[in-house]
Ligand binder design. Sequence first.
Ligand code: SF4
Length: 710
Amino acid sequence: IGPASGQEVRTACCYCGTGCGVIAEHDGRRITGVRGDPAHPANFGRLCTKGSALHQAAAPGGRALFPELRSARGLPRRRVGWDSALDGAAERFAAIIREHGPDAVAFYISGQLLTEDYYVFNKLARALVGTHNIDSNSRLCMSSAVAGYKGTLGADSVPACYEDIDHASHLLIAGANPAWAHPIVFRRIEAAKRANPGLSITVVDPRRTETAEFADLHLQIAPGSDVLLYNAMLHVLLWEDLVDRDFIRDHTSGFDALRAQLAECSPGAVATACGVPAERIVEAARRFGNARAALSLWCMGLNQSHHGTASNSALIHLHLATGQIGRPGAGPFSLTGQPNAMGGREVGAMATILPGHRDPANAAECAELAALWGVPALPATPGLTAVQLFDALAEGKVKAVWIACTNPAHSLPDQTRVRAALEKAEFVVLQEAFADTETAPYADLLLPAASWGEKSGTVTNSERRVSRVRAAVPAPGEARADWTIAADFARRLAQRMGRSADGFAWADEAAVFAEHVTLSAGRDCDMSGLSHALLDARGPQQWPFPQGAEQGSARLFTDHRFPTADGRARFNPAGFPQRHALLPEPVDARHPFVLLTGRLRDHWHGMSRTGKVAGLWGHTPRAEVALNPADISRRGLRAGQLVRVAGRRGAVVLPLAADAALAPGQAWIPMHWGAATLAQPGANTLTSPATDPISRQPALKQAAVAIAPA
Ligand code: SF4
């Protein structure tokens, strides 16, 4: 479990939230190979195709190597020194803050940053600049799960762990395709099924994915009907007395109010809207209700929705109604999309969360944090979440944005609007490892960042496990670790704002981590007993891990006490739309198909890494739009021809593919391709900027489109 030996370094994969341990082999200059870390509890030595190619993706092509600045829009950027780049940025930010106030600037960061990077950006925004305008692409990933957990369990605390897959007697996999998106988790599910053939698996997904093929029961629901489905399952659990009445009475509140809503949610009443026969809904409910230990796993299918918080809550309600939480094999378990979306949540580097899972709307928690940071107060104005932030940029309310380690000109919905916002901004700083992302052309100042294998810190995976990430080789050119760039900028900005820079003078990333975990003391995510030294000595650890602890906690709420005012979990019908629109925008005669978007097995996000590895193109060599074969023949189309996919906000032209995994009336485009790889913007030209009213997560999964020959 030590950090390194000879020409090898123990680190963690930079792709999905599975958080696999990796041993990186190097020659001191280049990473020459990788293999799974047999000592890491997330993967026990396994790696998926993406992870196995990490060393190839770490090759130097396409990297940002030097700071580059342009003096005016329309001119090319020119290489400048770091001092000039950061002094110039500090001047621009200070001037805008002086003239327009702190909320005229914003930071948009990433679930791929390390926890230490996240921490420094967060302190910079809130304690120095004085704005809550700091949000992350985790808004696009896990914010509905956060809101669902907080609403029901009282805190953003994932109760379960990977080991629970081995203990479960029933898995409900909802809106997730771990066979592709979390392959090492799926290997564990396969192994659990081999070891225990009685393990029953239900998959809820509008597509018949590889994961759905593996299941005993697949509910191929109509897109967006998940709240109705889980309510109908709960209706059956009640009707057949499969609920745990003692648990409901002793450990929850709000059940009666929810039960009143459930009356009209019989399987027969929702079957048509769900697109699933009532008998299958009953069967799914019985499998869950009769399970010795039921574990649910979910991901973007629930989260990336305009009712994502309600979807998360409805699924968690199944666990609360049956007492399936807080014991081995039982509990709700969201699979994190990005490698460190969880770390960002601990650090509070999103507009709606503060460090230690504090709440920016809670005056006492804000005052506590201000005291810990040694500032008079935190800002009073709420921060802008991702879609709001880019809208404010377009409206001129936010004038300067600092983007780090993310690619909003590819990944945010309604790309036409996002790109117009970046055009309108007075000053765009892009801190990025790669020079060829879709966002790079909009950068007035490009700052080269170190990438995987070149910087050190920590990440937290889906099961709250904190792992060390370690540098194996130096960063190319003049690229620097993200946290050092943010800290250096903060010191220069503090000088121009007439403020002390003392709070931004960490000796190294271990010191940043030490400050971060201090702020978590006494909170639900208490990590005050962790340090880089402890992680180096004892390997990855789960939180909570308070000062003095010998080990972390595999699962939470084992005493059935929850971090709410009365210690009870909540059935949460508030903000729980019984009759919500299933889709973020209607399907009609002009736009008759429901477009679904998603991830492929061998690519990651905008392909700035995986797109550079030839071997990762074999699985799916080109971008296509897929339709059910019946739709193709009914419309007189043919597979392989170019079609124009037109939505209410734009259009893309793609080859057409037949895919029987889709139900008639659905179309599917992978999320990965964009202007950098396709010579046209990708799926997010078509997606809706509608967001969940509570989590503010955008509904990236569904849009209405027409498909016709190009
Ligand atoms: Fe990396 Fe995820 Fe694959 Fe593990 S499952 S190797 S974390 S991409």
